[in-house]
Design a protein around this ligand. Sequence first.
Ligand code: GRF
Length: 178
Amino acid sequence: MIGVLVSGGGTNLQALLDAGLPVVAVASNRRDAPALARAGALATAAFELDDYASRDARDAAMAAWLEEHGARLVVLAGFMQLLTPAFLQRFPDRIVNVHPSLLPDFPGAHPVEDQLAAGVRESGATVHLVDEGVDSGPILAQERVPVLPGDTPETLHERIKTVEHRLLPQVVRELCAR
Ligand code: GRF
């Protein structure tokens, strides 16, 4: 059973749902994340940092909520905050992230813009296990995506997301089968 963390538009969450994967709960660090509307009848909750005394307290509450809803695997589908050990230790080796670059190249919050600024000819999508670093855990799957002449951050990100929407459900399905 899968818990999903989101911050933004939620197209990767949508891909997991469309693939029929057993998502049981969706949490966000933003009450107004459009992704939450995609969850339909699933349990949803917002865990905004401002509502907690510390990042650890927020992460502990979010982990407890996911566990209460039966989540055994956690997928970060466009979740834009770093998680502390208070969260990571509750799901050891069972947290997966999707990132729009060929990690370890271009980690961080603006990878698409950074790749265009660097003039790379090739980008990609990576699915990896999450550790305490920034986009730094062991890589589970990776696929290349061409950068085309005239690409903007929007056009390149859309091309990468098309790959993410196939790659992420595929990896998550394999992890569920273990
Ligand atoms: C994706 O490109 C993902 O790799 C990155 O943030 C984006 C989230 O998109 N971490 P969405 O919210 O799933 O549409």
